[in-house]
Design a protein around this ligand. Sequence first.
Ligand SMILES: Cc1cc2nc3c(=O)[nH]c(=O)nc-3n(C[C@H](O)[C@H](O)[C@H](O)COP(=O)(O)O)c2cc1C
Length: 193
Amino acid sequence: MSSDSATLELLAKRRSIKAVDMGSAPLSAEQIDTILRAGLRVPDHGKLAPWRFVVFAGEGRGRFGQVLEAAYAKTFPDAAPSSYAFERGRFERAGAVIAVISAPRLHPKIPVWEQQLSAGAVCQNMLIAGTALGLACQWLTEWYAFDADVQAALGLGDGEQIAGFLYFGSRLQEPDERDRPDFDAVVSWYGRE
Ligand SMILES: Cc1cc2nc3c(=O)[nH]c(=O)nc-3n(C[C@H](O)[C@H](O)[C@H](O)COP(=O)(O)O)c2cc1C
């Protein structure tokens, strides 16, 4: 197969666009389907599919905002009304949000760690698909990925964790470059002087 310069360019330049900076125009059903199918197509040792996805689009975003608001109010009962309103509208900043839930199981040959890594690969594949669709994308966990009430609302079982909430929205601006790690600090060549 010949090299695919468009993919290489996307990978070389990919940047997140913050949820706060994206537009909330709805994604089409086809766009959401494309992103979900890209997520399914990750390396997965043992073909265990150790992850599941929850899509928040349309009214689902606001409905889940009520869960976020209630969980936030439990932890911060005396917060300002504007904070509650922010939590209620958190997902409505995006066109769609996808929760990727890592759902590893005990297996005689495949370590849980490898299954969790596969969930990370799902998140990145979805971000790349979203970027290729011309969308603004960001991978967030924030406080609510770790909140017991939010986890219960998503039906998390034993050993399940939220790998990320992936935000997808309209691209209102082009992102600036950000500092990247020093190449030589993280790359070494085994056996090279
Ligand atoms: C697992 C995971 C969780 C993250 N959670 C947050 C978060 O809660 N808040 C945040 O500002 N950035 C978070 N980030 C970072 C952003 O997704 C993003 O990588 C960063 O804003 C910009 O980097 P990029 O343009 O290279 O993607 C998280 C990244 C990962 C991998």
